[in-house]
Design a protein around this ligand. Sequence first.
Ligand SMILES: Cc1ncc(COP(=O)(O)O)c(C=O)c1O
Length: 396
Amino acid sequence: MDKNKKYEFDTISIHAGKKGKNPDNALNPPIFQTSTFVFDNIQHVKDVMSFKSEDYVYTRGNNPTLRLFENRMAALEEGEGAVAFASGMAAISSTLFCLLKPGDNVIVNRTLYGSTYNVVTKILSQYHVNYKVIDLTKAELLEEALDKNTKVIYFETPSNPNLDIIDIKRITSIAKEKGIKVVVDNTFATPYFQRPLNLGADVVVHSATKYICGHGDVLGGVAVARDLNFIQKLKFDYMCEFGGVLSPFDAWLLLRGLKTLGVRMRQHEQNALQVAKFLQRHPQVKKVMYPGLEDFPGHNIAQEQMRGYGAMLSFEIEGDPQKAVKVVDNVDLIQLAVSLGDCETLIEIPAEMTHMGYPKEKLAEFGLTESMIRLSVGLESANDIISDLDEALARI
Ligand SMILES: Cc1ncc(COP(=O)(O)O)c(C=O)c1O
C-alpha cells in the first residue's frame, strides 16, 4: 500500500498492515505456527527485550501472524495499536482489569452481553471495584451517577440484546472533562458501520468471534486504542501475563474473515432491514427492536454516529412467553444458537440463554422479557429467512 494514499474500508480490510512481500511471493501470509523464536546472540536478546527491535520472543507476547491481525484491526478502527486475545471476554476482562484498581468505580449500561455483566458485577466487585448500572441512552443520568472515583464508562452500542443506541460523542464529552476512560464494545456494529475512536472513545473492544470472523469457526477478541502506552500495558501486563493469547491459526482465519467484512456487512444489513419490516407488520409481534426502523428510539442517534444499522435485531411476541418458545422451537432453516455474526441466521431467547446470568428482576426491569427473541440475520436469501419465520410464527 502507498503510505501517502488514503484507502477505503474494503481495501484496508484486505491489505492493511502488510510489511513487504510474503515469503516465496505467496499471496497470503504464512501462519507462524511456533511457540518460540530464535535469537542470533545475546545482544539480539537485549534489543528485543528492551523493544529496540520489533523481533519476537514467544507467541504469548507476540507473533507475526497476530501482529498482522492487530495492525489490520488498528487500521480499520482508525486506532494506533491493537491487542489480540483468545476471545472477546479475554479482551474485555483484560481491558477492565488494566484500567481499574481497587476503590475505583465503573459505570456500565443496563444491558450488556451476559458474561460482561458478570465480570463487572460478580468478579471486579471481588477486587473492590464498585459499579453502577444505569440507562446510558439517557445521557443526563450519567452526570448524576458520576463520582470522584469513576474511572471507566463501559457500554455496547448497539447493545446486546435490546439494541440500545448510546450517544458516543455525548458520553465521551462528559467523560473527557473528568479524565474518565470510555470503552465501547463495537461487536454488533463492526468498524464497517461505526468507529467509536473517531467519536471520542478511548478503547474499542470486540468479540472477533462474531462478524470479524464471520463464519462461526473461531473464538477471538481484540482491543484497539490510540494511546500506545495503554496498548503496551494491556499487551504485556495483561494479555501476556494473564495468558489469554490468540492462536496464530485463529489470527490467520480472522485475517481471512476481515477480507470480506464490508461485503458481508452490506448484505447482512439489507437482509436485516427486510426481516425487521416483515416482523413489524406481523400481528403476533408486539415490538421490533432494530436501529434501522425509523420509529426505533435510538434511530436518530444511530443515523448520526453509524453509517448503517447492522444485522442484529430483537422482537417481542404478543401474549404468553410460551409463544416465543414455540417460535424458536419451530424454525427450520434458522438455527437455535447463541453467538451471532455468522452466515447462518441464528435465533435465541436472551432471558433463557445469553443473558441468563442477569438476576430475574433485572431482566424484567431492563426489558429483557421472556417473550423477547434475538435474531442474528445471516446471509441466506432474505425471502427464505422471512418464509422460515413466517411458518414458525404461524404455528403459535
Ligand atoms: C457484544 C458481545 N461482546 C462480547 C462477547 C464475548 O465474546 P466471546 O464469546 O468471543 O468471548 C459477546 C459474545 O456473544 C458479545 O455478544
